[in-house]
Write a protein that binds this ligand. Sequence first.
Ligand SMILES: *[C@@H]1O[C@H](CO)[C@@H](O)[C@H](O)[C@H]1NC(C)=O
Length: 377
Amino acid sequence: MKKIIFAALAILTSILFAADPIRFIAPKPIKGSIETLKFAQIIDLIGAVGPESLAFDTNGGGPYTGVGDGRILKWVQGHGWSDFAFTASNRTGCVRPFAPEMEHVCGRPLGLRFHPKTGDLYIADAYLGLQVVGPNGGLATQILTEAENEPFKFTNDLDIDEVDDFIYFTDTSTRFQRRQFIASVLTEDDTGRLMKYNLVSQKVQVLLRGLKFANGVALSKDRSYVLVAETISGRILRLWLHGPKAGTSDIFAELPGFPDNIRRNSKGEFWVALHSKKGIISNFLQSNLWFAKALLRSPLSFKQLHALLIGFKAHAIAVKLSEEGQIVEALEDSEGLTMKLISEVEEKNGKLWIGSVLFPFVGHYDLNERESASRRD
Ligand SMILES: *[C@@H]1O[C@H](CO)[C@@H](O)[C@H](O)[C@H]1NC(C)=O
């Protein structure tokens, strides 16, 4: 009798366990990934959130990062964070760390890159376009707010070709602003663009249009191609710049989630931070667009819609792509214990520096530590 009750209990427990809705809905860990990002160290931002992009200056100083109230901060070991630059001239009302309704006034610096030759910092500000500030910081100068007569709505990321003095950068959408990114995803907006700005002639050219949430940008080491992340489709596209295929584009990589920024390491490989993995709900919404659009008109809040898209459990995943576009490494914090919703991974001197669009800290992780971690099979 006892045995039967015991067996019945065991069966019931396993059924309940299997039916645990979050466990069912939340995206599964990626095959071959290493569960290491939970061991990342964190550096708190004081009174600031959302260090989306990270950059080091030409002397190796930093990281620098743009945060939610429009400031660009600089980190100095032993001294902490200090204000470095701004993209908006009037910061009177820019007092709260997270205030999306103020972003068009205060600016929202996303992609950051230092020009290796001049030491100038180039900034893709989501609302204020392409900007630049000198090595001493202060108020940045606006370079561009439109391309081919179409204003930028959501400038997102950039990379610099220091040899030819070109800047490659993205405008995520001509319809939606950064604070409306959920609407952009749910309607599968395809108005993103990749541009090239010539620093010498000061001319801008649209290279690719019709992109589904144009996001991170990275040049290859030999400058033969430029990559652009298409967040909604989960793809990294490659546009050939030199050689026989110049001017044509192809799919460089298909990813298990929604890619944000792309950063090349010194070997020429690329780290891609994924905002989240794809899961049952996001797949369903993407194949039932009418339902996704209806959700936008439902009383669900921004937070609830976001939770739906990420599968109810914020997590972190970064993948490393070879120069040929193969996923050669995947690092996770699948429970979101330390890192979640990451936006950028920058490799520097054996360490990964990790940004996030939401959290009040920057993460860093020593790559040597992953040798002791085991791979999922
Ligand atoms: C700056 O913005 C505030 C409101 O946010 C406004 O009252 C003030 O006049 C502005 N200052 C200038 C110089 O434009």
